[in-house]
Write a protein that binds this ligand. Structure first.
Ligand SMILES: Nc1ncnc2c1ncn2[C@@H]1O[C@H](COP(=O)(O)OP(=O)(O)OP(=O)(O)O)[C@@H](O)[C@H]1O
Ligand SMILES: O=P(O)(O)OC[C@H]1O[C@H](OP(=O)(O)OP(=O)(O)O)[C@H](O)[C@@H]1O
Length: 536
């Protein structure tokens, strides 16, 4: 009997019962609130090829797209039907996206959502928040924490400083990735490192978000956002004063088309956002091609079902954090650094052949994995914090925070070959490497066509044996190159160990992360007086 494709699964029994119950309560709440149901087919016309879509081919060769989200079918529906606006809609159904092969992820997710379309007034935001709260209560998952933000906040803040468009882009990029190393370098370069709000901005969420609200620059646009957040916070508190609600002043806009308030929720038990949405006035169009203002909330039903399963079993809140360390050079190099930053990693000192360790108080777990696998443990929500080389990160899809460059396990990528290598002789040189992405990026920048040969080690052998013309590899002392009679033709990116973190873990354990980042920055940037400006 043939099994399922690697990326699919059956759903059965208890797991499916939970989803059915979510769907039942969801329909009940939205019917009561006079939202109208909409169901769109699995297949849409597939004229635009997108990397995040799956395709089916029809009998006559026509290409169809499997529905990868609910937004596109909804856009098509509104653009091709005469509807009276404002309209209130809701949907519940399956979406399909191609996961990375052999990653353990599934290609099919259940998504639900509700939208108010054609309504510019603030009442729409209040209504979707109200329905979100009703659903949380109906499903009995009140341990969700709500985060409010605004897609335009970062631009509004940075507009109050004297910065060029390019400087704004660089700062936003570092801010949204919570890349503290890059962010602080930029602040220093732009002479803004004395600004208390800016210094603390990347971690301005949760209680710290609330604490930094009064330090937000003064502008009519920002003041209007503050008023709106306060109104939403008041409605949450009036509904149930136990629900945690905070502002996130450093949130990346959910999607590029969001234009106003955003609302997201997460819980202590699941490493993904459960509800997320907000205002997006620039995406949907009616049948005449006129833009339609809209607010909506999407629900990750699979994540919600995981949360429900936890709630049903009454499991305690997670109070343990897992570090995933790239074993070998990286783990050895960061061990003293972590220890100096107050992390009890003494158990790693006598590893023998064990791969899992605990701190003396059992609050921290350390797991040792091959460098390539660190990100997979973070993706799955098993690891909260990862420590891995920037070389490994550059070769993988990466969707986490790149918090700090730890400045240890340092090396450099180099292009190297034999002494008689001549660039111009070989029209399409063969380059051997363990790092195809880095290699491709480097040659693309130079408009040079090459052929890559992916090796797993002893890369220096390739030009010596004529397997390849040159190599892109890591060099530290240069000894390996020298001993193999190879010379450096060019120096590429620097490599070092980085501290990375799952986005939801940073929220679930924000006090721990704040302290760890602060302690590590004190070691990495000693004598930096501005560090004391970090609220801790
Ligand atoms: N000279 C160097 N060569 C290779 N990696 C280095 C060097 N210096 C620092 N590094 C960092 O160390 C990581 C590799 O560590 P290590 O060699 O222990 O693991 P590995 O590549 O899995 O090795 P092995 O396959 O020999 O176990 C790289 O990802 C890089 O970030
Ligand atoms: O400049 P150096 O200090 O000599 O270091 C560079 C060498 O170290 C790494 O190899 P590694 O030891 O990881 O073995 P590998 O060839 O099996 O990847 C790298 O691939 C180089 O071969």
């Amino acid at each position: 009997m043939e099994g399922l494709p690697a990326t699919s699964r059956d759903e059965f029994g208890e797991e499916l019962l939970i989803k059915q119950s979510i769907e039942h309560h969801f329909n009940l709440i939205l019917n009561q609130a006079h939202f109208l149901p909409i169901a769109t087919p699995f297949l849409e016309k597939g004229e635009t090829l997108r990397p995040d879509s799956m395709y089916l081919s029809g009998k006559d060769g026509e290409l169809f797209t499997l529905k990868s989200d609910m937004t596109r079918p909804l856009s098509r529906f509104l653009a091709t039907n005469h509807i009276n606006y404002p309209t209130h809609l809701y949907y519940f159904g399956e979406t399909f996206t191609p996961p990375t092969q052999l990653s353990g992820h599934y290609n099919q997710q259940t998504q639900a959502g509700f939208e108010i379309i054609g309504e510019t007034s603030w009442a729409a935001e209040q209504e979707i928040l109200q329905q979100t709260l009703n659903l949380m209560a109906e499903l009995d998952v009140t341990d969700l924490e709500i985060e409010l933000s605004d897609a335009k906040l970062a631009d509004a803040v940075l507009a109050t400083y004297q910065l060029s468009p390019q400087q704004i882009t660089c700062l936003k990029d570092a801010l949204f990735n919570k890349n503290m190393t890059q962010y602080r370098q930029k602040l220093k370069a732009y002479h803004l490192i004395d600004d208390t709000f800016l210094v603390n901005w990347p971690m301005a969420f949760g209680l710290r978000g609330d604490a930094l609200l009064p330090l937000l620059p003064d502008s009519p646009e920002i003041n209007a956002m503050k008023t709106h957040w306060q109104e939403l916070i008041n409605s949450v508190k009036a509904f149930n004063s136990n629900i945690k609600v905070h502002v996130d002043l450093a949130a990346r806009p959910l999607k590029s088309y969001y234009t106003g308030t955003t609302i997201r929720t997460f819980s202590q038990h699941v490493s993904e956002y459960i509800f997320s949405g907000g205002r997006y006035d620039q995406l949907l169009q009616d049948h005449r091609g006129c833009l339609l203002p809209a607010v909506g909330i999407g629900i990750n039903v699979d994540a919600l079902a995981t949360l429900k399963a936890h709630t049903n079993k009454q499991q305690p809140e997670k109070d343990n954090l897992t570090f995933v360390l790239a074993k070998g050079r990286v783990e050895k190099a960061v061990r003293p650094l972590l220890k100096n930053a107050g992390i009890d990693n003494s158990a790693l000192e006598n590893p023998e052949r064990k791969l899992i360790f605990h701190s003396n108080d059992n609050k921290l777990t350390f797991i040792l994995v091959k460098a390539d696998d660190v990100v997979k443990y973070l993706d799955a929500g098993i690891g909260d914090i990862g420590i891995v080389g920037s070389d490994t990160m550059a070769e993988q899809p990466f969707n986490h925070y790149d918090l700090l460059d730890l400045n240890v396990a340092r090396a450099q990528f180099v292009l190297a070959s034999t002494h008689d290598f001549r660039h111009h002789i070989n029209m399409r040189p063969k380059i051997a490497t363990k790092y195809p992405t880095i290699t491709r990026q480097y040659f693309d920048k130079q408009n040079k066509d090459i052929q890559i040969i992916k090796l797993t080690g002893s890369v220096e052998l390739a030009p010596l044996t004529d397997l390849a013309d040159a190599i892109v590899d890591i060099s530290q002392t240069g000894t390996t190159l020298k001993e193999n009679n190879l010379k450096v033709l060019d120096e590429l990116n620097d490599v070092s160990a980085h501290l990375i973190a799952n986005r939801i873990s940073v929220r679930q354990q924000r006090a721990f992360f704040n302290e760890l980042i602060y302690n590590l920055l004190n070691i990495l940037e000693p004598n930096d007086e501005n560090l004391s400006k970090s609220i801790n």
